[in-house]
Write a protein that binds this ligand. Structure first.
Ligand code: SAH
Ligand code: SF4
Length: 350
């Protein structure tokens, strides 16, 4: 049987175990610091006594992710990783540089079972959930690789975070640990396709995270065509959950809307969105849809994006078109993994 993951322990749990071994509490902080710096071998924790290093290695393992591929954008330093997990599964993550620092987009699952029609991640379904420790390991690997500190996190990589609720919440706790990566909830965004029951659960946690809702359509008919989850919950139910969420937490909701040419980008869609969202505390992020191999979709034209934004803005909504980072390395998630799996020739430059 494989040894337990040391990172699955909170600092309090680790301190308690060390106390049983008659090891003082400050050692837990030292260990946490090494883990935080991406060290995945107890033997390299050279400020710990040799006996303690041996004892730790006997009892625990440190899950790590291996960088299988790394693509760096020549335009804006955006870095895309394909990470290999301990069992050989792979996930993607993207590091983006903003004025305020580095932001990392993390995966929460290997694949996804939500099956949205426009998305590359969902094509093969869900392989498995990631553990909180594996989410953390993605940050540590990127930090160590680029010698940087990540200052904000978006859960917008592969997977549906609210379909892996418990581990995601555990990951949030790990993020906040002062001796760990130490990223506050105000610097965390979570994007969901709209699992309504989980949005209510999340509301009860009263976290200061930004909640992003992948809306992509203003009505049930169109949304059901794009997103199977819309057959389970209607747009009305989803927006009611969002209203409850903002009422309770005071946090503005961010709606994601992928602009797909000729599908959801008409003036009529924009007007309908205005009717739906006017008067609510929200921001709309229009994302020019990314092409996905094997799918016919194309992104809306610049002119369409402008016209759509204008209708929203004139209707009193706060809407912006998302800046595309790393366009030369195809920074949207799901595609790199698929290429690696099926051995298709890569179009990316390394
Ligand atoms: N499962 C979550 C988070 C991961 S997907 C969710 O769906 O929200 C992150 C974002 O990328 C979502 O808004 C998703 O709808 C969007 N997305 C997926 N495929 C896309 C594509 N081909 N072009 C543009 N956005 C896409
Ligand atoms: Fe899953 Fe999000 Fe892709 Fe939909 S868009 S299939 S929820 S990862």
């Amino acid at each position: 049987m494989s040894k337990p993951d040391i990172r699955a322990l909170t600092i309090q749990e680790l301190t308690a175990i060390l106390a049983e071994w008659n090891v003082p509490a400050f050692r837990a902080k030292q260990i946490q610091n090494w883990l935080d710096n991406g060290v995945t071998d107890f033997d390299r924790m050279n400020n710990l006594p040799a006996a303690l290093r041996t004892q730790l290695a006997e009892h625990f393992r440190i899950p790590s992710v291996k960088i299988l591929r790394r693509l760096v954008s020549s335009i804006d330093d955006t870095t895309k990783y394909l990470f290999e997990l301990e069992d050989g599964q792979t996930v993607e993550s993207v590091l983006m540089k903003y004025k305020h620092g580095w932001s990392q987009c993390l995966s929460t699952q290997v694949g996804c079972r939500m099956g949205c029609s426009f998305c590359a991640t969902g094509i093969d379904g869900l392989a498995r959930n990631l553990t909180a420790s594996e989410m953390m390991a993605q940050i540590e690997a990127a930090q160590a690789d680029r010698s940087i500190r990540v200052s904000s996190i978006v859960l917008m990589g592969m997977g549906e975070p609210l379909d892996n609720y418990d581990e995601v919440l555990r990951f949030f706790k790990m993020l906040e640990t002062p001796d760990g990566v130490h990223i506050g909830m105000r610097h965390v965004s979570l994007s969901t396709c709209g699992l309504v029951d989980r949005i209510y659960d999340l509301m009860e946690e009263n976290l200061q995270i930004t909640l992003s809702i992948s809306l992509h359509a203003p009505n049930n008919e169109l949304r059901r065509k794009l997103m199977p989850v819309a057959r389970k919950w209607t747009v009305e139910e989803l927006l009611a959950a969002c209203k409850a969420y903002t009422d309770r937490t005071g946090r503005r909701i961010s709606y994601e809307y992928a602009m797909i040419d000729g599908v959801n980008d008409t003036d009529a869609c924009a007007h309908e969105l205005v009717r739906r969202l006017r008067g609510t505390l929200c921001h709309i992020n229009l994302i020019p849809a990314n092409a996905v191999e094997g799918k016919a979709q194309r992104r809306s034209s610049q002119a369409r994006l402008r016209a759509f934004t204008e209708i929203l803005t004139e209707g009193g909504l706060n809407a912006t078109v998302r800046r595309t980072l790393g366009s030369d390395i195809n920074a949207s998630c799901g595609q790199l993994r698929r290429h690696q799996q099926d051995g298709t020739k890569q179009h990316f430059s390394e």
